[in-house]
Write a protein that binds this ligand. Structure first.
Ligand SMILES: Cc1cc2nc3c(=O)[nH]c(=O)nc-3n(C[C@H](O)[C@H](O)[C@H](O)COP(=O)(O)OP(=O)(O)OC[C@H]3O[C@@H](n4cnc5c(N)ncnc54)[C@H](O)[C@@H]3O)c2cc1C
Ligand code: SF4
Ligand code: SF4
Ligand code: SF4
Length: 456
């Protein structure tokens, strides 16, 4: 199948999205070379010739596409659907909801909620409230879907994620919990195209962008993917973050039998089970510096925090006086289909939901929203990047450039092997020193930021 044979009413949107950026070298190799690859796996999943595999790059600590030139027919669909070099949030929003993003910070929405799965174990072992897993189980039970694209850690290589199509409640629940490492989710597009049926996909904002591009390109995919459950995301740490985490816990990577980045209530703990039977626990992942140190360039150029194109999006209810305990999620229902599914799930008793307002969602994510919606233009200028983003963004002021610069510098530094070695040996408090002045500046700016609905 060639790109010219692809039928889609939104084809024009897709073409206009991709007619820029790396115009001189429109290949996914160029996307990767320019540091714009998100590692989402869309290219590998959609390639009609199985010419692309996602391979962990030692140098980047992330997945990159590897193309087999002997198999490639130069059809161009990989580049055309790649969300790494171009994201047209406005066009994708129109294709999804028939409308521009209504809210500058969190996109289109119909209702917001705070809630959790009613099964205690599902709730306790999940990232926040176990709602994604519970809603998927409900959709499977009700015959809305035949399978769900979720991600577990590989049994063979416990430090590598494994996106797969879950077709049982047990598999969905076993794949719950956040994976704080690169995940090439959309390689599973291949499987969805191969097998008839109706599917839900779970993904980070960038993975949903790639999935939506692919659905625009391929009618068959669009018909099969019936539900998009989006995860809020400020960044996905590279594999180096996991390595630093293991070093801090005094664990040799070869001894790991299983890692659970989240779980054990909310906000939860990171648990590493060793092959010899013992368990190491990092109580507070949020104070662990590796996560911020090892952020990819492309994550610093991301315009979507709350998975604005999903039917329903889920995040942690930070800053909302939610007591620590079994866990809760903050929820944004965007499409009618998504809202109805939530309400039906609540009626069966599988989830517990109470209404929230959009400002609570924003309050819970204020710092990250500032970074994505207000610092992005500054970061793009600092990087001098070729990424093309069409989204509503706020103009930064001069001091925003300082806030934008530090993570860009740290991300670039973290590519250096010597810097990584130093970071792994420095005491945590010393390592975090660099964040203090910018945290203070950001805190001041957040206090003055007029972010409530209608004030931007
Ligand atoms: C990298 C990352 C960054 C995040 N950043 C934020 C943030 O800034 N603010 C915030 O409020 N919340 C953030 N979250 C989301 C939050 O941690 C929870 O995942 C979310 O609230 C859903 O919780 P849940 O208990 O309903 O999901 P669960 O029932 O635990 O289900 C989670 C689902 O997501 C899938 N999944 C897990 N990790 C990945 C991944 N990396 N890629 C694709 N699929 C995955 C799992 O397979 C599972 O199906 C982030 C999550 C991740 C993975
Ligand atoms: S489709 Fe995804 S994995 Fe492939 S090059 Fe683009 S960003 Fe990277
Ligand atoms: S150009 Fe076409 S055949 Fe070649 S790698 Fe990309 S999708 Fe596959
Ligand atoms: S910050 Fe953006 S690009 Fe990075 S993993 Fe999250 S959604 Fe993807």
């Amino acid at each position: 199948m060639g790109f010219n044979e692809i039928l889609s009413p939104h084809r024009q949107d897709l073409e206009s999205m991709t007619r820029h950026a790396l115009d001189q070298e429109p290949t996914i190799e160029a996307v990767a070379q320019h540091g714009l690859c998100l590692g989402c796996g869309t290219c590998a999943g959609i390639c009609p010739c199985d010419a692309i595999s996602m391979v962990i790059s030692e140098g980047k600590g992330a997945y990159l596409p590897k193309v087999r030139n002997d198999k490639c027919t130069k059809c161009g669909i990989c580049y055309a659907t790649c969300p790494g070099h171009a994201v047209d949030l406005k066009a994708l929003s129109r294709a999804t909801f028939g409308d521009h993003p209504r809210d500058l910070l969190i996109g289109n929405y119909r209702e917001c909620y705070i809630g959790h799965a009613t099964d205690y174990d599902v709730r306790f072992n999940a990232s926040s409230g176990g709602l994604i897993s519970a809603i998927l189980v409900h959709a499977l039970d009700e015959g809305v879907i035949d399978g769900a694209l979720v991600t577990r850690m590989s049994a063979e290589n416990p430090l590598e994620p494994e996106p797969f199509i879950a077709t049982t409640a047990k598999d969905i629940i076993n794949a719950s919990g956040a994976k704080y490492c690169p995940v090439p989710t959309n390689v599973a597009i291949r499987e969805i195209l191969r097998n008839e049926g109706a599917y839900a996909v779970v993904g980070l904002p960038c993975q949903i962008h790639g999935m939506k591009n692919a659905e625009i390109a391929l009618k068959k995919l669009r018909e099969r993917v019936r539900l998009h459950l989006g995860i809020f995301c400020n960044h996905a740490p590279t594999f180096w973050a996991t390595r630093l985490l293991l070093t801090r816990l005094g664990v040799d990577a070869s001894q790991v039998a299983k890692i659970d980045y989240r779980g054990q209530g909310w906000p939860g703990a990171t648990t590493v089970k060793l092959k010899e039977g013992s368990t190491k626990v990092l109580q507070d992942y949020w104070t662990f510096p590796g996560s911020d140190l090892f952020t990819s360039k492309r994550c610093l150029l991301c315009c979507d925090l709350t998975s604005e194109l999903a039917d329903v999006s889920f995040g942690d209810p930070w800053n909302l006086d939610i007591p620590q305990g079994a866990g809760s999620s903050i929820v944004v229902a965007r499409s009618e289909k998504g809202r109805n599914l939530l309400q039906e799930a609540e009626a069966t008793g599988i989830v517990d939901l109470r209404h929230a307002v959009a400002d609570q969602v924003k309050q819970s994510q204020l710092r990250m929203l500032y970074v994505k919606k207000r610092l992005l233009k500054a970061r793009m200028k600092l990087y001098g990047t070729k990424v093309k983003i069409n989204a509503d963004l706020i103009d930064p002021d001069l001091s925003d450039y300082v806030l934008a610069f530090v993570p860009c510098f740290v991300s670039t530094l973290s590519q250096n092997r010597l810097a990584r070695m130093v970071a792994s040996r420095l005491p945590q408090d010393l390592l975090l020193l660099y964040t203090r002045p910018t945290n203070r500046l950001l805190q001041n700016k957040l206090q003055k930021w007029k972010w409530t609905s209608g004030s931007l």
